[in-house]
Ligand binder design. Structure first.
Ligand code: HEM
Length: 415
C-alpha cells in the first residue's frame, strides 16, 4: 500500500513538473506558432521564473557566464544565433551572432532601448531617450563633453591623480586592483564632471554609486533591504547631492568650467538650455556610465598585464621611449598618437574584459530576421561578450594577445 502511495506521489510530482515546464510554452509560444509565426528555437522555462534559475546557475553558482549561451548553441544549433527564452520576468529573444547583433543595434526604428530599471538611470538621461529627444540630448551631451574641456584638456587634468596613484601602488607592492582602479577613476571623473574634491563627501558619493551599480540589474522589489531598494535610495541621495550643487551654482554663479557647468550653460541653435531635470539626470547617468566602465576596464588592464609580463615589457618600452623626450612633463594628445602598442592593449582589454557584456532592447513591432520572428513587445538581449570570446571570430580567444589588433583604430581622433 505504501509503495502504491509512493508511486502515485511520484507520478503526480512528475506530472506537475511537466505541466510547469510546458506552461510558458503553451500560453506564450503555442498561440504564435498556431498563427504560423516562426520563433527562434529555445524554451521559455518555468512560469514566473522562466530560465532565471538556469541563468543564475551559470552566472552566480558555477561562474561560467559564457556557458549559458554555449549550452543554447549546442542544443539548438550555433548557426541560429537567436534563441527564445524568458529572463528577468519577460519573454526574451537572446541574440548572439555578429549579423543579428549588428542588425538589432543598428535598427533604432525597430527596437527601443531598454534598461532594466529606468528609475535608477533617470527618465531624462541620454541612454533612456529615443528619436528626436535622443538627438537633442545627444547634441547637448557631446557639446558639453567637448567644450570648453576638450579631450586635450582632459588628458592634462587626469594625469596628476593617475601619477599619484601609480606611485602609491608602486610603494604598496600588492594592491587590490578593483578597489584602486575605482578610487582613482571616481576621483578623476568627479573632478572633471562636477569639481568635487576628495573627502568624506566624495566617499559617500562613491558608496551611493556602488549601491546603484549593485542594484541596476536586480529584480525590482519594494522589500526593504533588497538590492533594488538600496539602489533606489542611493539614486535619490545622489540626485539630491547634484540638485544642491546645481542650486548653489545658480545662486552664486560658477567658474568651475567642468562638465556640470557645460551642461548648464550649453544651448541649442534656438538658444534653449537644458531643463534642470535633464541636467540632473544626465550628469548622474554619465557619471555612472563613465565611472563604472572606465574603472572596470582599468582593473582588467592591470589584471591582464600582470599575467602577461612580455606585454607589460613592450608597453613599458613604448612609454619609456616617449617619456625620455618629456623631461618630466605630462603627456599630450600628440604623445598618445605615438602609442601604437598601447592602443592595441586597450583594444584587447576591452575585448577580453567585456565590461559591457549585454545590452537590452524591446521590439517596437513584429520584426522578422533570418526567417525568425521577434514578436512585438518581447525583450531582446544582445550578447556582446560571446562574440568577443568566440574562436570563430578570434584565434585562441581567451589568450590576452594585443598583437591580434594589426591596425587598431586611432583612439584619439583629430581634435
Ligand atoms: C571602456 C569604457 C566604456 C564602455 C565599454 C562603454 C560601453 C557602452 C555601451 C555598450 C553603450 C551602449 C548601451 C546601449 O546601447 O544600450 C554605451 C553608451 C553610452 N556611453 Fe559608454 N562605455 C564606456 C565609456 C564611456 C564613457 C567614459 C562615457 C562618458 C564620458 C560614456 C558615455 C556613454 C553615453 C553617453 C552612452 C549613450 C549613447 C547614446 O545613447 O547615444 N561611455 N557605452
Amino acid at each position: 500500500m505504501e509503495l502504491v502511495g509512493m508511486g502515485l506521489f511520484c507520478v503526480i510530482l512528475g506530472l506537475l513538473a511537466w505541466v510547469l515546464w510546458q506552461w510558458n510554452e503553451v500560453w506564450l509560444v503555442k498561440p504564435l506558432l498556431r498563427d504560423g509565426v516562426n520563433l527562434p528555437p529555445g524554451h521559455l522555462g518555468l512560469p514566473f521564473f522562466g530560465e532565471m534559475l538556469n541563468f543564475l546557475w551559470y552566472f552566480k553558482i558555477i561562474r561560467r557566464p559564457d556557458e549559458f549561451i554555449y549550452s543554447r548553441k549546442k542544443r539548438y544549433g550555433a548557426q541560429v544565433g537567436m534563441y527564445r527564452s524568458h529572463l528577468f520576468g519577460s519573454p526574451t529573444i537572446i541574440v548572439s551572432d555578429p549579423t543579428a547583433n549588428k542588425f538589432v543595434l543598428q535598427s533604432d526604428d525597430l527596437f527601443e532601448k531598454h534598461w532594466p530599471h529606468p528609475e535608477l538611470v533617470g527618465a531624462n538621461a541620454l541612454v533612456m531617450a529615443e528619436g528626436k529627444l535622443h538627438k537633442r540630448l545627444r547634441k547637448f551631451v557631446i557639446d558639453a563633453l567637448n567644450q570648453p574641456r576638450s579631450l586635450r584638456h582632459v588628458i592634462l587634468k587626469v594625469q596628476p591623480r593617475i601619477v599619484d596613484a601609480l606611485r602609491h601602488w608602486a610603494s604598496k607592492g600588492i594592491i587590490k586592483a578593483e578597489h584602486e582602479a575605482r578610487r582613482v577613476t571616481f576621483e578623476n571623473i568627479c573632478h572633471m564632471f562636477a569639481s568635487f574634491e576628495p573627502g568624506p563627501f566624495l566617499e559617500e558619493l562613491e558608496r551611493c554609486y556602488s549601491g546603484v551599480v549593485a542594484g541596476i540589474r536586480s529584480q525590482p522589489s519594494n522589500i526593504p533591504g533588497s538590492a533594488y531598494q538600496h539602489a533606489f535610495n542611493c539614486k535619490k541621495k545622489l540626485s539630491k547631492a547634484f540638485a544642491i550643487e546645481l542650486e548653489k551654482r545658480k545662486k552664486n554663479g560658477s567658474k568651475s568650467e567642468d562638465f556640470l557647468d557645460a551642461l548648464m550653460n550649453s544651448c541649442d541653435e534656438d538658444g534653449n538650455h537644458l531643463q534642470e531635470k535633464e541636467v540632473l539626470d544626465n550628469i548622474f547617468s554619465l557619471l555612472l556610465g563613465a565611472y563604472e566602465s572606465t574603472a572596470i576596464s582599468i582593473m582588467w588592464a592591470l589584471y591582464y598585464l600582470s599575467k602577461s609580463p612580455h606585454c607589460l615589457q613592450r608597453l613599458r618600452e613604448e612609454h619609456i621611449e616617449i617619456s625620455k623626450k618629456k623631461n618630466g612633463d605630462y603627456i599630450t594628445i600628440e604623445d598618445i598618437r605615438l602609442m601604437k602598442y598601447t592602443s592595441k592593449v586597450v583594444e584587447e582589454t576591452i575585448r577580453l574584459g567585456n565590461v559591457s557584456s549585454v545590452v537590452f532592447r524591446i521590439a517596437r513591432q513584429d520584426v522578422d530576421f533570418k526567417g525568425y520572428r521577434i514578436p512585438k513587445g518581447w525583450k531582446v538581449s544582445v550578447w556582446l561578450r560571446t562574440l568577443h570570446v568566440d574562436p570563430n571570430n578570434f584565434d585562441d580567444p581567451l589568450n590576452f594577445n594585443p598583437d591580434r589588433w594589426d591596425a587598431p583604430k586611432p583612439f584619439v581622433k583629430d581634435i
